[in-house]
Design a binder for this molecule. Structure first.
Ligand SMILES: *Cc1c(COP(=O)(O)O)cnc(C)c1O
Length: 358
C-alpha cells in the first residue's frame, strides 16, 4: 500500500451515476447552514443555546410533517440511532426480564443492532406477497413479553407501507408500544393517501430522517414521540454539564446536522418536497415501464423506488461502468428516485444497459 499523496485535495464522488443511495446532495441552504454551525454541539445546550433552539424548531417542523401536534424528540445521527432508541425506551418502560420486539421481515437491519446492543429478542414475521407486513403473522409472534411492535412506512427495499393502524392495534392489545420507521418515507408519504402517521394511528414513537429525502446534510435523523416518558426513559444524569439529563445516544452531537435539517425543512416544506415526490414518482413509473418493455420483471413502484430483476452479469457490467446500484435481499436491483436522479441520468443508464444486453 502506498501512502496517500500529501497535498492532493480529495474530492467526494459525484452523484451523476448514483442510483442506489437513500441520501442525496443537500440543497444549497442546507449545505450553508451545516458549514456555519459546524462548531456547535446540541449535546450541550447550555453552552450552545442557539443550535439547541434550532433543534426544538426542527422537532416542531417534523411534527407538522407527521401530523403530531405537540411533538417531543430530538435530532439523531440517523435512522439507526432513532430505531435503537425506540427499542431502548420500550424496553426500559416495560416490566419484563425477557423482552422481545416484533416486526415484519422487511424492517431495516438497524433493528438487528438494537436487539444485539439491548439484549432483546427480535422476532420477524414473513411479509405478504405485497411486500407489506402480514398482520396475522406479526400477531402470532407477539406475547406477554413483547415490548415493541414495529411497522415500516416506506421499506428500504421496495418503498412499501405496512398496515400501520392494524399494527398499532396489535401492539396496544398486547400492552406493547408501537413504533413506525419512516426514516426514508417520512418526506414522501405526506403527499400520498397512505395511512402512516400519528394522525392515522396510535403511534408511540417514529423515526424520520432529514438526511434522506429531507435533503439535509448528514448526520440528521429524527426520533419523535407523543410522550415525554419516552425521553425520560432514555435520559441519564449529566454531572459535568449544566443541563440535568441527556436522552440522546451520543454525547457530543453534530450541530451541522441540526442546522442543516432546519434550513432544508424551512426551504422545502411542503412545496419542494411535494415536487421531489411527484418528480420521483413520474421517473419511477417511467423506468418501470422502460424495463418491462425490455422484458425484465419489475416490482411495481408504489413510491419512488423501483426494484428490477436484472441478471447478475449485467449488474456487474453496469457497476464496472460506474453505476452505483444496490440489490435487495431477493437479488433485484433497486433504484431510488432521490432528488439528484434525473430523466437524463436514467436515459444514460438505459443506454448502457442496452449496450450490455446486446
Ligand atoms: C435508511 C433507513 C434506516 C437507517 O437510517 P440511517 O440514517 O442509515 O441510520 C432505518 N430505517 C429505514 C426504513 C431506512 O430506510
Amino acid at each position: 500500500m502506498t501512502a496517500p499523496e500529501m497535498g492532493a485535495r480529495p474530492e467526494p464522488q459525484s452523484f451523476e451515476r448514483v442510483l442506489s443511495s437513500m441520501c442525496t446532495e443537500p440543497i444549497p441552504e442546507a449545505r450553508d447552514a451545516a458549514m456555519r454551525f459546524l462548531a456547535t454541539n446540541p449535546g450541550d445546550p447550555e453552552t450552545y443555546p442557539g443550535v439547541a433552539e434550532l433543534e426544538r424548531e426542527v422537532v416542531e417542523m417534523l411534527g407538522t410533517l407527521v401530523d403530531l401536534p405537540d411533538p417531543k424528540g430530538y435530532v439523531t445521527t440517523g435512522g439507526t440511532e432513532a430505531n435503537i432508541q425506540a427499542v431502548r425506551a420500550a424496553r426500559n418502560l416495560a416490566n419484563t426480564d425477557d423482552p422481545n420486539v416484533v416486526g415484519p421481515a422487511s424492517v431495516h437491519f438497524s433493528f438487528q443492532k438494537a436487539a444485539d446492543i439491548l439484549d432483546v429478542d427480535l422476532r420477524l414475521a414473513p411479509v405478504g406477497g405485497d411486500y407489506r407486513a402480514d398482520v396475522d403473522a406479526v400477531t402470532e409472534l407477539v406475547d406477554g413479553d413483547t415490548v415493541l411492535v414495529v411497522g415500516v412506512a416506506g421499506t428500504t427495499e421496495y418503498g412499501r407501507v405496512d398496515p400501520i393502524p392494524a399494527l398499532a392495534d396489535v401492539a396496544h392489545d398486547a400492552d406493547a408500544r408501537f413504533h413506525v420507521d419512516a426514516a426514508w418515507g417520512g418526506f414522501v408519504l405526506p403527499f400520498t393517501d397512505e395511512a402512516w402517521n400519528f394522525g392515522d394511528a396510535a403511534i408511540d414513537t417514529m423515526t424520520i430522517d432529514p438526511h434522506k429525502m429531507g435533503q439535509a446534510a448528514i448526520p440528521a435523523g429524527g426520533l419523535l414521540t407523543t410522550d415525554e416518558s419516552v425521553l425520560d426513559a432514555l435520559a441519564v444524569d449529566t454531572p459535568y454539564l449544566e443541563t440535568a439529563g441527556q436522552a440522546s445516544l451520543t454525547g457530543t452531537r453534530s450541530g451541522a446536522g441540526v442546522a442543516s435539517a432546519h434550513a432544508a425543512l424551512t426551504e422545502q416544506w411542503p412545496d419542494g418536497y411535494r415536487e421531489n415526490y411527484e418528480r420521483g414518482m413520474t421517473l419511477a413509473t417511467w423506468l418501470a415501464n422502460a424495463m418491462q418493455t425490455r422484458g425484465y420483471d419489475v416490482v411495481e413502484p408504489h413510491h419512488p423506488i423501483v426494484a428490477i430483476d436484472l441478471p447478475a452479469a449485467i449488474f456487474e457490467a453496469l457497476t464496472d461502468e460506474g453505476w452505483r446500484l444496490s440489490r435487495t435481499a431477493a437479488g433485484e436491483v433497486r433504484v431510488v428516485m432521490m432528488p439528484h436522479v434525473t430523466r437524463e441520468m436514467l436515459e444514460a443508464f438505459l443506454s448502457d444497459l442496452d449496450r450490455q444486453s446486446r
